[in-house]
Design a protein around this ligand. Sequence first.
Ligand SMILES: Nc1ncnc2c1ncn2[C@@H]1O[C@H](COP(=O)(O)OP(=O)(O)O)[C@@H](O)[C@H]1O
Ligand SMILES: [Mg+2]
Length: 243
Amino acid sequence: MAKNILVASGKGGAGKSTVSVFLGEALAGGKESVLILELDCGLRNLDVSLGLTDEIVFDFGDILRGSCEAKDAVYNCRFCPNLSLIPASLKPVSVSAEDIKKVVSELGKNFDYIIFDCPAGLGDIFESAASFADMALVIATPDPSSIRGARATGAKLLSLGVKERRLVIERCPEKAKNLSPINNLDEIIDGSELQLIGVIWEDAFVRKSMDCGVPLEFESPNYKTFRDLSERIRGKYIPLGIK
Ligand SMILES: Nc1ncnc2c1ncn2[C@@H]1O[C@H](COP(=O)(O)OP(=O)(O)O)[C@@H](O)[C@H]1O
Ligand SMILES: [Mg+2]
């Protein structure tokens, strides 16, 4: 059965979808197969990032309505064949734990990982997905409100029974002085009350790849970062490489 990884944050725009896509690509770069379940219903985006815009017929909303089987809404990424997507519905919908169960139980045997790309905040979709999460990545950018959101998200996940929770710091400037008003990364780790598993750099390659539906270029400072993150998810010890 797949390992289900929930990607969440308190605030919107923290980088959940970005981490979902590039972690997915990195995990799928080996022999393992990865499904991203895009749960930001009403704000579908990942079909663009995975170069699938012209191919989508069914989405998560169709699965919920019973208009198709879960497998009919799975689309393979052209440039990363082991990576698949169930696109979010174009319209907002509410999602119960039973709805998530349907996807996980029908498709879990076909994938090594299912990544739940959650909407921002701690709403019903987040809670429903958390019921089936084996681990969670909580995304925070280096700003006080995002850190506070990460702490609330981590605490809520724990109350929902998700014990394995890790912090990913997103959009980190390479120069420490640009972190202001935060003094250092320790402040983010302490403030979130979560264990750090990866730091993603602010990077124009990331935006280009997400917006144009092309793979992350090797020149990106995050190419290795996401591969290291994927190895840590697999349980390997890879030093964080930050002071
Ligand atoms: N490391 C990064 N470097 C540069 N831009 C980034 C980075 N991570 C995310 N972004 C940009 O920030 C915006 C929000 O990211 P996104 O992943 O959509 O956030 P969320 O899913 O949490 O709402 C997008 O325009 C994305 O391209
Ligand atoms: Mg998103």
